[in-house]
Design a protein around this ligand. Structure first.
Ligand SMILES: Cc1cc2nc3c(=O)[nH]c(=O)nc-3n(C[C@H](O)[C@H](O)[C@H](O)COP(=O)(O)OP(=O)(O)OC[C@H]3O[C@@H](n4cnc5c(N)ncnc54)[C@H](O)[C@@H]3O)c2cc1C
Length: 340
C-alpha cells in the first residue's frame, strides 16, 4: 500500500506539469499510466511533429516537450507506475483508496485525473480465446527485447512499431513480419531496410497475410495465416507480437461515479474539482464553458488543482502564494538553492 499526498492518473503533458506544480508547493505525488512510457498523446501520437504553441517555446516536438517536462520534475524523484491502469476508486475515511489493474493500492487525500482521452489500449488480434496466450506468447509491446533472443517471433502490423521491432529483433531472433496489405505504412527508410534484410536472409516478410488461427494448448506452438485468396500457411513460432495501433477508451474512469458529459468530466474552474470532493480533473479529460483542448490550458488547470490539493493534504497548514523567482522554499525543493 502506497501513501501519498496526491495520486496523478495520467502521465501526459498535463499530468507531468501538475506534478511540478505539486512539487514546488511541497506535495508528494505518485503517477500511474496505462502506457509503457510517459508523454501521453505527445509521445504516442506525434513524437516527431513540431508543436508551435507552448508558451515561451517557439517550436518543439512532442518528444522534446515530454523530455523537458521530465527534466523539470527531476528534483521531485517521482515514482511512475507505468503499464498500470487505475481501475477502482473508493472512499476510505478522509482518504481515497485507488486500486490499479495490477492490484497496487494507493491511499491519498486527493486524486488528479489527467487521463486525456482515456486510457490508450492496444488493438488486439481478433481471434477467439486468444487471451489465454496473452503475456505468455502474445504481446502488444516489447518491454525487454532480450526476452525474444534466439526465439521464433512472428510480428504483425504495417506501421512504424511493427517495422522498427522487426528490424531490431532480426538481430537476435528469427523474425517473420506479416501484414494484411502489400504496402507498409511505416517510413520509407524502414520499408527499404526491411527489404534489404529480407534479401540478406536476416528475416522473412509475408504479405498480404493475416492471422487465421493458433495451435497449442497452454503455449503457442504454431499459427495458421491466410492471404487474400484464402490460402493458408502454417508457421511454427514461439511468440506473436501485434502492432495494430491503439484504441482510446474512457475505460474505468466512467465507473467512478463522476458526472460525465460526452466522455469528459465537468469541473469547477475555481479549483478543477469534479463533483466528488478531493477528485480533480485537468487537461483533455475535463470540460467547462470555453474549454480549449490545448496543452497550455492543461498547465493552468494543473496549477490551480495543485493548490486545491494542498488544502486537503495539509489541512493544518496555511497555503501561501509564492513566486519561484523569489521563494526560498520552492527553490530548495527544486534543488537550486542550498538549505541553510
Ligand atoms: C496529432 C495531434 C497534434 C496535436 N497538436 C497540438 C498542438 O500543437 N498544441 C497543443 O496544445 N495541443 C496539441 N494536441 C493536443 C494535445 O496533445 C492534448 O491536448 C494533450 O496531450 C492533453 O494532455 P493530457 O495530459 O490531458 O492527456 P493525454 O496526453 O491524452 O495523456 C493522458 C494519459 O492518461 C493515461 N490514462 C488514461 N486513463 C488512465 C487510467 N485509468 N489509468 C492509467 N492511465 C490512464 C493515458 O494512457 C495517457 O497516457 C495535439 C493532439 C494530436 C493528437
Amino acid at each position: 500500500m502506497i501513501r501519498t499526498d496526491v495520486l496523478v492518473i495520467g502521465a501526459g503533458p498535463v499530468g507531468l506539469f501538475a506534478v511540478h506544480q505539486l512539487g514546488i508547493i511541497g506535495l508528494k505525488a505518485e503517477v500511474v499510466d496505462n502506457l509503457d512510457k510517459v508523454g501521453g498523446q505527445c509521445i504516442e501520437l506525434y513524437p516527431d511533429k513540431p508543436i508551435y504553441d507552448i508558451p515561451g517555446i517557439p517550436e518543439c516536438t512532442g518528444e522534446k516537450l515530454t523530455k523537458n517536462l521530465l527534466e523539470q520534475i527531476k528534483p521531485f524523484n517521482i515514482n511512475f507506475h507505468l503499464n498500470e491502469r487505475v481501475q477502482e476508486i473508493s472512499k476510505e475515511k478522509e482518504n481515497w483508496k485507488i486500486t490499479t489493474n495490477k492490484n497496487k493500492i494507493f491511499i491519498s487525500p486527493a486524486i488528479i485525473i489527467a487521463g486525456g482521452v482515456g486510457s490508450f489500449e492496444p488493438r488486439k488480434f481478433s481471434i477467439k480465446n486468444i487471451e489465454k496466450f496473452e503475456n505468455k506468447n502474445i504481446f502488444y509491446s516489447v518491454k525487454d527485447k532480450n526476452f525474444f533472443k534466439n526465439k521464433k517471433v512472428c510480428i504483425f502490423g504495417g506501421g512504424d512499431s511493427a517495422l522498427d521491432w522487426a528490424i531490431e529483433l532480426s538481430k537476435i531472433s528469427e523474425v517473420v513480419l506479416l501484414h494484411r496489405r502489400n504496402e507498409f505504412r511505416g517510413t520509407q527508410h524502414s520499408s527499404e531496410l526491411l527489404k534489404k534484410l529480407e534479401k540478406e536472409g536476416k528475416l522473412k516478410i509475408k504479405t498480404p497475410f493475416q492471422l487465421d488461427s493458433i495451435e497449442g494448448d497452454s503455449n503457442v506452438k504454431s499459427i495458421r495465416v491466410k492471404n487474400d485468396n484464402g490460402e493458408i500457411e502454417k508457421i511454427t513460432t514461439d511468440y506473436l507480437l501485434g502492432f495494430f495501433g491503439l484504441i482510446m477508451k474512457l475505460g474505468p474512469i466512467a465507473e467512478w461515479g463522476l458526472n460525465l458529459e460526452k466522455k469528459t468530466i465537468p469541473v469547477d474552474t475555481e479549483n478543477f474539482q469534479t463533483n466528488k470532493k478531493g477528485i480533480f480533473a485537468i487537461g483533455d479529460i475535463c470540460t467547462y464553458p470555453g474549454k480549449l483542448k490545448l496543452i497550455l490550458s492543461g498547465f493552468h488547470e494543473g496549477a490551480l488543482a495543485a493548490r486545491a490539493c494542498f488544502k486537503l493534504a495539509r489541512p493544518n497548514e496555511k497555503y501561501r502564494f509564492e513566486f519561484t523567482t523569489t521563494s526560498k522554499s520552492m527553490q530548495e525543493r527544486l534543488g537550486v538553492k542550498k538549505v541553510d
